[in-house]
Design a protein around this ligand. Sequence first.
Ligand code: PDD
Length: 284
Amino acid sequence: MDFNRLSMVYLNGNFIEKNKASISVMDRGFLFGDGVYEVIPVYQGKLFRLTAHLKRLQNSLDAIKIPNPYSNSEWLNILNQLLGHSQSPNQSLYLQITRGSDTQRRHNFQALTPTVYIESSPLTQKTKQVLEKGFSAIIQPDIRWSRCDIKATSLLANVLYSQNAKENQVEEIILHRNDIITEGATSNVFMIKNGSLFTHPTGTHILSGITRDLALESALACKLPVNESAFSIDGLLGADEVWISSSTREIMPITQIDNQTINHAKVGTYWECVYNHYQQLKND
Ligand code: PDD
């Protein structure tokens, strides 16, 4: 069966088959990457932390001066309708808003009708058994712009990092700015040293991850003190545990970085505790 043909997407007010969805070549999302997005996990048919995702969406839209086309209740209604077309209970919703289509290509903009595109795909999660094996990462300089807090669709640096991760057969590229670890190419980064958790503070150099907040909440539930303060490459390499987090990966243990092992390549006990707590949050 051709699932791609059957999969339904939302485009500008309509639910249509994905292979019939198209936008104008004058769309500023196509021409400039002039848009923002969200990725929202769905567990057992329920949108997970929708309010937090919609709040971050609003922040991203405000930052680049695109009016939000819908109220929160309209978003909820559209997302649930789209989910009604999907088969598996666990989904990853991708929602994108671009500034819209202009009559000519120009960098500056005028008021346009935003383009709204949403698709949903099955979310496959790694089992605890697989996660317990640990994952590897490499460190590279953070070449992105200085507004990483905006969840922008212009992701060229992240695309290059992800390709690099694939070519190097690692799970993630961990980024540093002048020796300070910021985040991963598609995730937030955490390290534990001497019984305390550290992660880069929110601000313009990282995306404030929804899973990051949940990881911090889970850490506190595991009696692990939380420090939202930056750490260096050496700090990371000397850590007792390293994790990355994102909506699609949840909280993943990293046990090897740049050919050096973390905690003798063993997944730590705090990770196990936050993993269990996170699974509970998903069921709440
Ligand atoms: N990425 N930092 C970056 C650069 C990211 O791209 C992501 C998520 C995160 C984690 O955010 P959250 O916990 O809200 O998913 C942090 C998504 C999944 C993506 O681009 O597909």
